[in-house]
Design a binder for this molecule. Structure first.
Ligand SMILES: [Ca+2]
Length: 269
């Protein structure tokens, strides 16, 4: 059977998601362009930059015009400033960790988005950044600085969907390595997702007789993909085991032999 002969359709069920109405970025000083002069760019534990607080080690507020190491530094991805999560000498601890407390609505799904790059002037080549959302969630991101330079930072946006469980959620960025050449972040946003808009409807991609059923998941939620041979009196059957959401795009593969097949994605309570 050729793919073109198989009719496929998605029905999708998402649980209702509370909406806060107007969409707004919950992160203050999201571009690191506020509150500090370039001269005070080296921050240590206990220092603040707007709503951000340095928990551990040290970080640098970097701009192109600041040359503490006689290096030509870079522009932020949004405005002149960005944060090198590895502070600089003479700070003995340069494994920087910063946080900001966000006012969140319990049950609401949010999309966290931030731009990631790395200080390419020193090791390690591959930077590591741990992001924490409250107490329950952490995810490690990496960025390879090989071949990067001042004018080709390779800023990459990372996104993850997360559900709030309390009225205050602590957003933490943690560089676990004691280095002056850390991961670099900028342009951080946390925005509520309403009506599944940013979760996205499931999609299907076909290659030969193999179908990839994809959908954007929420961290820590569980999903069950089901199928039916008809939408008239459908008899939905589970397709595989429940899936644990990873806050990113997820997909499963199927090689249907039926003349038509319908899929849906359930969010398990
Ligand atoms: Ca910036």
């Amino acid at each position: 059977m050729k793919a073109a002969n198989v009719k496929l359709y998605f029905a999708v069920a998402f649980i209702a998601i509370a909406s806060t109405g107007a969409r707004a970025n919950l992160v203050q000083n999201c571009n690191f362009n506020e509150g500090r002069a370039v001269e005070s760019a080296r921050l240590v534990q206990g220092d603040t930059m707007g709503a951000w607080i340095v928990d551990r080690g040290s970080v640098d507020i970097v701009s192109r015009s600041w040359t503490p190491r006689h290096h030509l530094l870079w522009d932020g991805v949004s405005g002149p400033f960005s944060i090198d999560m590895g502070g600089s000498l003479p700070c003995p601890r340069r494994d920087g960790c910063i946080h900001q407390d966000l006012a969140t609505v319990p049950g609401q799904v949010y999309q966290l988005k931030f731009a990631l790059a790395g200080n390419f002037y020193g090791p390690p080549a591959v930077k590591t950044l741990v992001v924490r959302w409250g107490d329950a969630f952490s995810k490690t991101f990496s960025f390879d600085t090989t071949g990067r330079a001042t004018d080709s930072m390779g800023w990459t946006y990372c996104t993850v969907n997360l559900r709030a469980t309390s009225e205050t959620t602590r957003l933490t960025f943690d560089n676990p390595i004691n280095t002056s050449y850390g991961p670099v972040i900028d342009d951080i946003s946390v925005e509520p997702v309403s009506g599944g808009e940013k979760i996205g409807a499931p999609s299907i991609a076909a290659a030969e007789n193999i179908f990839n059923i994809g959908f954007r998941s929420v961290e820590n939620e569980r999903y069950q993909i089901q199928w039916s041979s008809s939408l008239a009196n459908p008899k939905w059957q589970n397709f595989g085991d429940p899936l644990q959401g990873n806050g990113d795009l997820m997909s499963v593969r199927d090689a249907p032999t039926d003349s038509q097949k319908f899929y849906r994605v359930l969010i398990l309570q």
